[in-house]
Design a protein around this ligand. Structure first.
Ligand SMILES: Cc1cc2nc3c(=O)[nH]c(=O)nc-3n(C[C@H](O)[C@H](O)[C@H](O)COP(=O)(O)O)c2cc1C
Length: 343
């Protein structure tokens, strides 16, 4: 698909389409990120998914090979627990050594990380789930913002506001490019983000059924049966909201939470990431594990190459924009301008 939608984010990141694939724990590996990049988008490898730094370095090298010199990105998610961030500087150095210069940061207190990345001449897209956090990331130097609403699969923070409203609230508040995420799965929504004056979209859930995502076929087949009610937000009461697939584990977690549990230990292995990786993603037992997922999975109709999904999104966005032009009277802008002058 030709580069037909040019915005400040396509310019900043040197990509064809204003579409970013957000980092996906366990799933955004070299093959998937390379597929995003080769489809004209930007993707981010998640170092936390790898058992060792050496495995992460191998993934970086493989992604460089598969993208034939095109830039690709790395996701650095910061935990609110300092001990869980001990490896972040090493992952950053490993990525920089491989030539990576585009990073998606997410999570708690990113200012120091943004400064360190800038010292290495990297571009930082910071993902935030509230306007307040996004503005403070911009003040800390983020080069672009990914603003996510409560529809987001994974960890949308304590934000209760939907993506469409977040997009509208963002207008006029930022000087850096802003992309909108959470619940995006149609080209018309990309057109809507652009109509809101934003620079593109960030997608996770909709891409989970692409061929290049490495999960068990049974899991992908199950995702095709999901609709917009197939996900649930849990753990709000602990301040660590998590939007996941409605399955047996989610029901058990909900029951423990509703019974008054107030710390993570009460959930034991139910919320352990390796259960999701091993039982759900690797073995295809989709009833087991907390599988990050948002309602935009409802838009997934078939398992297909990522390129086909991206091309469909861009084509639909262009059609939507053309349809808007067709219903706009040719002299509409003149009429608006003269009304403005009279005010
Ligand atoms: C399976 C899955 C895993 C995710 N893991 C991470 C992660 O490790 N770090 C992160 O910053 N965001 C993570 N996210 C959030 C995505 O990067 C992205 O912000 C989100 O998927 C966008 O919302 P959507 O799912 O409604 O498209 C994850 C999302 C999903 C669906």
């Amino acid at each position: 698909m030709a580069a037909v939608l040019r915005t400040r984010i396509t310019q900043l990141l040197g990509i064809d389409h204003p579409i970013l694939g957000g980092g996906l724990m366990w799933l955004s590996d070299a093959r998937y990120v390379a597929a995003l990049v080769n489809a004209g988008c930007m993707g981010f490898i998640t170092p936390r998914s790898y058992a060792s730094e050496a495995d992460f370095r191998d993934a970086l090298a493989l992604c460089a090979e598969l993208t034939h010199g095109k830039p690709f990105g790395v996701n650095l998610t910061l935990s609110h627990r300092p001990e869980a961030n001990a490896m972040v500087p090493r992952w950053m150095d490993a990525a920089l050594a491989q030539g990576v210069r585009i990073f998606e940061t997410a999570g708690h207190a990113p200012a120091e990380l943004i400064a360190a990345l800038h010292r290495a001449n990297a571009i930082v897209v910071h993902k935030a789930s509230s306007i307040r956090h996004a503005l403070s990331a911009e003040r800390a130097g983020a080069d672009a913002i990914a603003l996510v609403g409560m529809e987001e699969g994974g960890h949308p923070g304590t934000n209760e506001l939907p993506t469409m409203l977040m997009g509208a609230l963002a207008q006029g508040q930022f000087s850096v490019p802003v992309v909108l995420g959470g619940g995006i799965g149609r080209g018309r929504q990309l057109a809507a983000a652009l109509a809101q004056g934003l620079d593109g979209v960030l997608i996770g859930s909709r891409f989970l059924v692409c061929e290049e995502i490495r999960t068990h076929p049974r899991y992908k087949e199950h995702l095709l049966t999901c609709d917009e009610h197939s996900t649930v937000r849990l753990l709000q009461s602990l301040g660590s909201t998590w939007r996941v697939l409605r399955n047996e584990t989610a029901r058990q977690v909900q029951a423990i939470e509703q019974a008054g549990a107030r710390d993570h230990a009460a959930f034991g292995d139910l919320i352990s990431g390796t259960t999701t990786r091993d039982r759900c993603y690797a073995q295809g037992d989709w009833q087991q594990g907390m599988a990050s997922l948002g309602p935009s999975i409802a838009f997934a109709r078939r398992i297909e190459p990522l390129q086909a999904i991206v091309d469909g999104l861009v084509a639909e966005a262009v059609q939507a924009i053309a349809a808007l032009r067709a219903i706009t009277a040719t002299d509409a802008l003149d009429a608006m301008n003269s009304m403005e002058q009279k005010r």
